[in-house]
Design a protein around this ligand. Structure first.
Ligand code: OSB
Ligand code: MG
Length: 384
């Protein structure tokens, strides 16, 4: 069995950052994305660009413009990165990407802001080592299975149409967003139209412990899992609910790091984990979550936050890990943006497989002209 968090990686020498820059990009989504917590029409993301001895690397922050999915949001993440995280790296001699966590330990929380920089550092080290990131973290696959996360639609007919298109395109599983009132009824409609497709739902914490009777009705739809029905911190509530459901519960928002998986496993709060590097604080933390879940016999899959090609590339790398047992929310670039900000957008073949880039680091190259067209704010950081 591999231990992704500790594969005895050796890094060449130490790395000092020469230059760094923060940016905010805005990319219109090809179709609006609605969840139980809000509607997104434009993807707004903070990017960090770092440079060392002529090698350049990027990270992407998954925070949103408003604190509706997470307490972290863009203006605040920008502030934390520019004022606290990046200055702590000034002159630091990094021996490995793991050093980032030691150096920034003093900053409490702010996993999304931390992850953005940590991922850029992983990319930088992997590029300097001349190896694909997926291999360095212990990934084995050269292709990954794509799922699609479908937002709440205007009508059940619209939803059936979107699912039909997605199944036709080759996606290997369909996930639909639910909330009270857009759940039992629409699942009946969906299952009537598609009796056998691999199907799961995501509530984004829209239910409470008084909704158990309603949630039990979801058991009849043969779902692969129900993602995050209850509140973020309610591991106990999820454990009570899981005892009443035959459908596995998958935790997303509740998983803040390895300790959440331990608690979940101990309490029986669910049977599957969604890993988002941004939510747990980066690649190193994702590898720990992956390994602890594997030891606890909890399968994982890789979530998404509508990332541009830069952030998506890290999700693709994580998808290659051995305990990833389900297709994730890593869909091709065109599902989100008519034009991505990388030179070779992520594509999926007709069987729902996406090729893992084999170049150095994340293996993606930024399309500088397209990036510039999308940048709405920029700040050069003083690293010397
Ligand atoms: O809960 O998985 C989620 C998007 C934004 C915030 C939370 C979630 C999502 C998605 C989209 O489901 C997944 C994707 O396609 O990137
Ligand atoms: Mg989710």
């Amino acid at each position: 069995m591999t231990d992704a968090a500790n594969t005895g990686r050796k890094w060449p020498g130490t790395v000092v950052l020469d230059r760094a820059e923060l940016m905010i990009v805005r990319l219109p989504l090809v179709s609006p994305f609605e969840t139980s917590f809000g509607l997104t029409r434009v993807k707004e993301a903070i990017l960090v660009r770092i440079e060392s001895s002529g090698t350049e690397a990027y990270g992407e922050c998954v925070a949103e413009p408003s604190p509706y999915y997470s307490y972290e949001y863009n203006r605040q993440a920008w502030d934390v990165m520019g004022r606290y995280l990046m200055p702590s790296l000034k002159g630091a001699e990094l021996r490995s990407p793991e050093d980032f966590r030691t150096i920034t330990k003093r900053v409490r929380g702010h996993n999304m802001a931390k992850a953005c920089i940590e991922m850029a550092i992983w990319d930088l080290f992997a590029r300097m080592a001349g190896k694909p990131l997926s291999r360095l973290i212990g990934g084995r696959r050269s292709g990954i299975e794509c799922g699609i996360s479908i937002g709440i639609q205007k009508t059940p007919d619209d939803l059936v149409r979107v699912i039909s298109k997605s199944v036709g395109a080759g996606y290997r599983r369909i996930k639909i967003k639910i909330r009270p009132g857009w759940d039992v009824g629409i699942l009946g409609t969906v299952r009537k139209a598609f009796p056998d497709i691999p199907l799961q739902v995501d509530a984004n914490a829209a239910y409470t412990t008084s909704d158990f009777a309603r949630l039990r009705k979801l058991d009849r739809f043969g779902l692969q899992m129900i993602e995050q029905p209850l509140d973020y911190d309610d591991l106990y509530g999820h454990a009570r609910l899981q005892r009443k459901l035959s459908t596995p519960i998958c935790l997303d928002e509740s998983i803040k790091g390895p300790e959440s998986v331990r608690l979940m496993s101990e309490l029986g709060s669910g049977r599957i984990v969604n890993i988002k590097a941004g939510r747990v604080g980066g690649i190193s933390a994702s590898l720990e979550v992956h390994d602890i879940a594997m030891k606890s016999k909890i399968p994982v899959w890789i979530g998404g936050m509508l990332e541009t090609g830069i952030g998506r590339a890290f999700n693709v790398a994580l998808n290659t890990l051995p305990n990833v047992r389900f297709p994730g929310d890593t869909s091709p670039s065109l599902r989100y943006f008519s034009r991505d900000i990388i030179t070779r957008p992520f594509e999926m073949n007709s069987r729902g497989i996406m090729a893992v880039p084999q170049g150095h680091g994340t293996g993606v190259d930024v399309d500088a002209a397209e990036l510039n067209r999308r940048v709405v704010k920029r700040k050069l950081l003083d690293m010397m």
